[in-house]
Design a protein. Structure first.
Lengths: 877, 113
């Protein structure tokens, strides 16, 4: 006898212990272990196999024993629930067996559910990690953003600082790009940065993970330059070096002391921002590019701040003049919750995406529900027998619920795979804030979500058959009374499901159609330049590294060198390329029209810019290499500016202010209007000035290079070109101008892709559903078709009759869908561009597509009905 | 002859017989083996314990933990026949005898042939 007890296969043993009451389980396991040990002498493998066989055959006995014990103890076969669990095991096995014997049906149903469950779980998973995660600030609900984003200035902020009524604290910030030199002497790296007043972190309520954050004293003009680093950047660029704090680093050519590292989960205003530097709040700097964010005093809400806002407006009005209504801070005062301000667009897009996937899920459920209903009809006899054998209605209902739950779970397992697959796709097609998509990862919670959705779907799917069962006379089935038309309720339910499916699909397809229309509308707009073949290189020249004129000279030199590359047709640079927001503007005055005083957009360029972008010159000329820095400055204006200030006159030779110094610049040419701000922005008056002539070359410029399409010069060559001139000039971004145009189309384009995919899915599901239901309808009436054909009715009439049935359902669904579309389009409104949500064309196309595909789906069973052999059918009776 | 609990089922009878043959030290595996050896039926251990439980309820067998510490610690239970269990076996044997009495197997064989 051995003291070392040998044991059988672990899982089998566990199973055995689970199935039996404790005492018998242990005894049985001990017995099997002993025999297993003896058998192992002749081969472990065979012994294991024997053990498994014993275990599996014993499970039923074990469960029976448990039930018997419970019955003895309580008088009920199950504990406490009054018999609800009685026979659960049997029902479960029965259901599994039933599904397994119809693999095609079960597979189709599970797959349909999987699609719905998968996309919904993926969308919900994204929503959960993006929107439901709290903002990484203390009590974020008390934080608000002020109106007039990116246009407040130092004097305004300084006037109200520490005295914003109703606020605990307010900070001012703006975004910029800074450069960090490469320690190995390579090209410098560009990092998005926040330049802020000292109270930013105190307002957000975020302490440093290491060292300290920024303090109010840091923003004084003579304070030591400091920087706070985001955790991600600290890790990726500085290898999480804790000794970094207290050291000085080169930031855009300025030595700044690193005073702290932020917590890992902190981000503001999005995850791209890696550096936080104090803004020198010089009162004489009145250029407006600041955002204000404040924390409300305890107990206040953004909606109940009217009195305080009026007070702020009054103070502003008393101290500043606002001649241009567009930049008038005393107008349109309102506070936006910070969460909405930072995630607003993403939020509505995400909820839209989630709603669309839920629609797919509901359609899939309706589809499977209709399939189950069809099968329920075929199973009437079986259910009737079970009922006659004493199965109560509850038992039958439970049987159906178990079946649909199993289908749901099966769909959930497959759906989890679909979800994992569509998660990445979703991230690509959703308009997320920068840096977010890369940080979202698939995690196990997705599978939990898929499972939850699957259970919900399973119950939903079971509703149809349950309703049918509740309204059915089972004894009728036994006596054979019920035939063709007698299952009125089931038929109505089936039809209702198809109508609902088609209606939802129409809604989705309409949404996709509206977005397609918007995107096409934007593409159809003439941006005013030709992006084909143009490569754009955003370069950053740090403020500590280069002076204004040096920057301008670098840009001219970069363009000159780029033009020397093979396959390059033209090159130039501009302060900010088109379609990237209105941005820079100055007050505009005309020498002989003293009454004119308003802001217009301006852009500093180098001579080759207009040629490179193929911007048409309407009158006069654009800048040339022969325009020298010391000449009287020239200015090129756009058509909109000419029309606005010199309607019907010749602007050439007129003189306007440069905006930077007190010189006058001469209008030398007029160019066509370019969509400077973006497709959604109206065309605005704009002027272009030569970077070398005006001492105002900001740190960011974009080098544009037109190639002949030969690919001789590409992204790598241009990157090397920039680094070759000076490694301190950093490339922030480099890509095709065409990509930027697509990007400027914005959320509409990304959502369009998503909704088109989902719309297509809805279309297929709708067609499959229609096919299934019409098919049943045809099958039930095979006798009718036989008689009709035997009576000499032409097959075409039979086809027509079936199509009429299917078409009727589709049309009903289409009409309902149009109503749904009108309601749903409101949610889409903010993403649409020059397309009305009630655009009749789109609605008609969506409805007709669905009705058409439904008719096509009905066509298959219709053909079969027409091909019925009368003899066969009539003989069956 | 009917008992209050009904007729002895065939698996019950076989298990009782196996217990009777193995004596005091009978436990699940021994019973299972005995059944397999004597009847050629490969009964599952679960069926054995289910049957033993049913018969313990009826009072035909009783069970106890083994004296041997090692065996007890492994959860083993030993079973033995009660007086009632022995009576059931006698009844069963009596029933069979009565049923078999007067059956002319030789005559049947001849008729079949």
């Amino acid at each position: 006898m051995t003291n070392e007890p040998s044991r059988g296969p672990r899982i089998a043993r566990r199973l055995l212990l689970w199935a039996f009451p404790e005492r018998e389980g242990r005894a049985a396991a001990a017995d099997l272990d002993e025999e297993h040990a003896e058998r192992s002498v002749n081969g472990r493998w065979a012994a294991d196999l024997w053990y498994w066989g014993q275990t599996l055959r014993s499970l039923g006995h074990g469960r029976a024993l448990v039930r018997r014990r419970r019955w003895r103890r309580t008088g009920f076969a199950s504990g406490g629930t009054g018999g609800a669990m009685d026979g659960m095991w049997t029902d479960l096995r029965y259901a599994i067996r039933g599904l397994a014997t119809r693999p095609l049906f079960s597979g189709l149903a599970a797959l349909t559910l999987a699609v719905g469950i998968g996309v919904t779980a993926a969308a919900f998973s994204v929503v959960r990690s993006v929107l439901l995660a709290p903002l990484p600030y203390e009590e974020p609900e008390d934080l608000v953003q002020f109106w007039s984003p990116y246009s407040w200035n130092n004097p305004e902020f300084l006037l109200l600082r520490d005295a914003f009524p109703g606020f605990e604290r307010v900070f001012a910030y703006t975004g910029l790009r800074l450069t960090l030199p490469d320690p190995d002497g390579g090209a410098a790296r560009v990092v998005s940065a926040v330049e802020t007043s000292g109270e930013m972190f105190a307002t957000l309520g975020v302490p440093a993970a290491l060292g300290r954050t920024l303090l109010p004293g840091d923003d004084l003009p003579d304070a030591q330059p400091v920087v706070v680093i985001a955790h991600d950047l600290w890790r990726s660029l500085f290898g999480s070096d804790p000794t970094l704090v207290g050291r000085s680093i080169d930031v855009s050519g300025v030595q700044r002391m690193v005073v702290g590292v932020l917590p890992a989960d902190f981000w503001f205003p999005d995850r791209e921002f890696g550096l936080f530097i104090p803004r020198e709040l010089r009162p004489e700097n009145a250029s407006g590019s600041l955002m204000l964010v404040g924390r409300l005093e305890d107990g206040r809400t953004p909606d109940a701040m009217e009195a305080e806002l009026s007070a702020i407006i009054r103070v502003l009005g008393e101290n500043f003049d606002y001649p241009d209504p567009r930049w008038d801070r005393t107008r349109g005062a309102e506070l936006t919750p910070l969460g909405t301000a930072l995630l607003g667009r993403t939020r509505s897009a995400l909820y839209l995406a989630l709603s669309a996937t839920v629609l797919i899920l509901v359609i899939a459920c309706a589809n499977v529900s209709a399939l189950l209903l069809g099968r329920l009809r075929a199973r009437h006899a079986e259910l009737a027998v079970r009922s006659a054998m004493g199965a109560g209605r509850f038992r039958l209902i439970r049987q159906l619920v178990i079946e649909s739950l199993i289908l749901g779970l099966l769909g959930g397992v497959l759906g989890a795979a679909v979800a994992a697959g569509s998660f990445r796709l979703l991230l690509v097609t959703l308009p997320l804030t920068p840096g977010l998509a890369e940080r979202l990862a698939l995690d196990w919670s997705l599978f939990g979500i898929a499972l939850g959705v699957a259970l919900g779907a399973g119950l939903l799917v079971g509703l149809g058959p349950l309703a049918a069962l509740a309204g059915t006379d089972l004894r009728g089935a036994m006596t054979g009374r019920s035939r063709d038309g007698q299952h009125g309720l089931t038929a109505r339910l089936e039809n209702g499901l198809v109508v609902a499916e088609v209606a939802l699909a129409v809604t989705l397809v309409t949404g996709a159609g509206l977005l397609v229309g918007s995107v096409r509308g934007m593409y159809a707009l003439d941006p005013g330049f030709d992006p084909a073949g143009v490569i754009a290189v955003d370069v950053v020249q740090g403020s500590g590294d280069f002076g204004m004129l040096e920057r301008a000279r670098n840009l001219v030199e970069l363009a000159r060198r780029a033009e020397a590359l093979p396959g390059v047709v033209a090159a130039g640079s501009i302060q900010q390329p088109p379609l990237r927001g209105p941005g820079w503007n100055f007050g505009f005055r005309i020498e002989d029209q003293p009454e004119v005083d308003e802001s217009t957009l301006y852009r500093m360029v180098t001579p080759g810019y207009f040629e490179t972008m193929s911007i048409q010159v309407l009158r006069g000329r654009v800048f040339q290499d022969s325009d020298l820095p010391d000449d009287v400055p020239g200015v090129v204006i756009n058509q909109a500016l000419a029309d606005r200030f010199w309607p019907g006159q010749d602007p050439l030779g007129r003189r306007v202010n440069t905006g930077v110094d007190d010189r006058w610049a001469t209008v030398i040419g007029i160019v066509e209007d370019v969509r400077i701000g973006g497709f959604r922005e109206p065309v605005r008056p704009a002027r272009y000035m030569l970077a070398e002539q005006i001492a105002y070359t900001t740190d960011q410029h974009t080098l544009v290079v037109r190639t002949d399409g030969s690919a001789a010069t590409g992204i790598n060559e241009l990157r090397a070109l920039v680094g070759g001139l000076d490694p301190r000039i950093a490339v922030a971004r480099i890509d095709d101008m065409e990509d930027r145009v697509a990007e400027a189309i914005g959320e509409a384009r990304e959502l369009m892709i998503l909704l088109t995919v989902l719309g297509g899915l809805a279309l297929v599901l709708g067609a499959v559903g229609t096919y299934g239901v019409v098919n049943h309808w045809v099958n039930r009436r095979s006798r009718t078709w036989g008689i009709l054909l035997a009576l000499g009715v032409p097959p075409g009439r039979v086809v027509a009759r079936v199509l009429r049935h299917g078409g009727g359902l589709a049309v009903a669904g289409g009409v309902l869908g149009l109503v749904g579309s009108l309601l749903g389009a409101r949610a889409l409104q903010s993403f649409l561009f020059e397309v009305s949500p009630t655009q009749p064309g789109v609605l008609a196309v969506a409805a007709l597509t669905l009705v058409g595909s439904a008719l096509l789906a009905a066509w298959i069973p219709a053909r079969r009905a027409a091909g019925t052999d009368p003899l066969t059918v009539l003989n069956e009776q | 002859m009917m008992t209050r609990e009904g007729l002895l089922g065939s698996l019950e009878e076989l298990v009782l017989l196996a217990l009777a043959r193995t004596g005091e030290e009978a436990y699940g595996m021994v019973v299972r083996r005995e059944l397999a050896d004597a009847t050629g039926r490969d009964v599952s251990i679960g069926a054995v314990y289910s049957t033993l439980d049913r018969m313990e309820q009826k009072g035909w067998v009783d069970s106890h933990e083994p004296e041997d510490d090692a065996r007890r610690s492994r959860g083993r239970r030993h079973f033995r026949l009660t007086a009632e269990g022995i009576r059931q076996l006698e009844d069963a044997r009596e029933r069979r005898r009565k049923l078999a009495d007067g059956v002319d197997l030789e005559g049947l064989k001849a008729r079949e042939a």
